[in-house]
Design a protein around this ligand. Structure first.
Ligand code: 5AD
Ligand code: SF4
Length: 475
């Protein structure tokens, strides 16, 4: 067995050392290069957009090795689950899935079953795999995706279990292959990792320290995407506002955003902005560039100052609302989404109601709501919690209902307006109906003639539901 296991203490450590950037050509050694040989791989990604983007790198590497993607798991020679560790229920789903995939080995004994992503970075998960999941052949983490060819080769050749997970981030590797899953929308990493250490969150441990790509590398990628006909880029980072701080080169996220806008790609989005270091300059840049979409994800988490403090969020409700109001005032037709956690340890009914109050004030277009889930080794997980699960569930119901009512109301306000929709394709249910997203992040289903995928169409909104709008193209 080839093993390198994750270590929590190492994952928590932050060094001041500057991260190297490797710009060399990505090469796969000759003896490994073609081991795919038309074999089929099945890849399933869970969780956030960063993970989705990692999936595109993994697919790029596998296809460079001659593997071919399949969406039918039963016919795959290599099955890989790219996992998320943010909440326990997502993890349990993956563990259940990994268990049930054992059946595939009875019909295909040569099948290689792999797991990667954030769960692989957790000591407890690796221990579970070692103890209870003998049929899992390959595990690698978020810091060594580039090692996939060697690890896969080792697994295939030796038929031994291969686990290689590094807890410390390595260099930024620029030229990894990528198989883009979207045809006109692309994810672009601008930075990796997170140093915020919110007390409930496992991400700083699974994805390492904050490290930014150089601005010239980001801009070059976006220019290339534009040249290839892409219409939209989503700039990715756990906290994009921290962009550039680690580089010490004098540029920040506002500067990057403006430079990206100048490239002239039709649509720019970004995710996620922490309310703590959202600068006035960012507001200004967003307000002044037509191609920066007026849709901001601004996670509130809680509407109570004591809870925010215990969460380690570094802002108060007042300072959050200051940014919110400023954005609303300066950016035309802006829409907001947010993340809310209910049932943080010892959250009182009053503190929960404070959150509802802020939600009512902000009238978010979309709320992502979660019940607090204790995460291994995080500071919040050590707190004694006096709120019962029953209580948390009941608060969650109240919260979801409020968010849905507001979302429907906000959608109704779009009726009669003309929105610009980037067409994703004909709707799954009805080929005469097209679907896409408007500048304000809303899903729009619409009818129209001579509509092509990837074009931006003016659509008059005629009806609204909680999760989508309906309209007619104006042409
Ligand atoms: N429990 C519940 N929700 C969490 N999130 C992150 N960690 C946890 C946790 N331990 C939520 C936050 C974050 C989103 C991506 O997931 O709201 O913004
Ligand atoms: Fe987690 Fe906070 Fe970092 Fe977001 S900013 S990834 S919630 S630690």
């Amino acid at each position: 067995m080839k093993t390198h296991l994750p270590n929590f203490l190492e994952a928590r450590r932050r060094s001041k050392q500057r991260i190297n950037i490797d710009r060399s050509e990505f090469k796969i050694p000759d003896d490994i290069k073609n081991i795919g040989n038309e074999r089929k791989y099945y890849l399933r990604t869970y969780g956030c957009q960063s993970n989705e983007r990692d999936g595109e790198t993994i697919a790029g590497i596998l296809e460079m090795m001659g593997f071919v993607r399949t969406t039918i798991i039963e016919e795959a020679d290599f099955v890989l689950l790219n996992t998320c560790a943010v909440r326990a229920n997502a993890e349990n789903k993956v563990l259940g899935e990994l268990g049930s995939l054992k059946r595939l080995k009875t019909t295909n004994p040569d099948l290689i079953l792999g797991m990667c992503g954030c769960m692989a970075q957790e000591e407890s998960v690796i221990n579970t795999i070692l103890k209870q999941y003998d049929h899992v052949d390959l595990v690698f983490g978020t810091h060594n995706i580039h090692r996939l060819p060697q690890l896969l080769y080792h697994t295939m050749l030796s038929k031994e279990k291969t686990i290689e997970v590094f807890s410390k981030e390595g260099e930024i590797i620029e030229n990894l292959p990528v198989k883009r899953f979207g045809e006109h929308k692309a994810f672009v990493n601008i930075m990796y990792g997170c140093d915020k250490f919110c007390t409930y969150c496992i991400v700083p441990y699974t994805r390492g320290k904050e490290r930014s790509r150089l601005i010239e590398d980001v801009l070059q990628e976006i220019q290339q995407l534009k040249d290839e006909g892409f219409k939209e880029v989503m700039l990715l980072g756990q906290n994009v506002n921290a962009y550039g701080k680690d580089l010490g080169l004098g540029y920040d996220f506002a500067f990057l955003l403006e430079e990206v806008a100048k490239v002239g790609i039709p649509r720019i989005r970004f995710m996620t902005s922490h309310p703590w270091d959202f600068t006035d300059k960012m507001v200004e840049v967003i307000a002044h560039h037509e191609n920066i979409m007026p849709f901001i994800h601004l996670p509130l988490q809680s509407g109570n100052d004591d809870i925010l403090k215990k969460m380690g969020r570094r802002y108060t409700v007042e300072s959050y609302l200051k940014i919110f109001d400023k954005l609303k005032q300066h950016v035309k037709n802006i829409a907001f989404s947010t993340d809310i956690i209910v049932g943080f340890p010892n959250e009182t009914q009053q503190q929960f109601e404070d959150t509802l109050k802020v939600i009512k004030y902000c009238e978010y277009d979309n709320c992502f709501t979660f019940i607090y889930s204790p995460r291994e080794n995080t500071p919040a997980a050590k707190l004694v919690d006096n709120v019962t699960l029953e209580e948390k569930n009941s608060r969650f119901q109240i919260l979801s209902q409020l968010c849905n009512e507001i979302a429907l109301e906000k959608n109704k306000q779009c009726i009669g307006k003309v929105l610009h929709v980037l067409v994703d394709g004909p709707s799954k249910k009805n080929k005469q109906v097209f679907a896409g997203y408007a500048e304000n992040g809303k899903l729009v289903n619409f009818v129209g003639d001579n509509i092509s995928v990837g074009e931006i169409v003016e659509v008059k909104i005629t009806a609204a539901k909680t999760w989508s709008l309906y309209g007619e193209a104006i042409k």
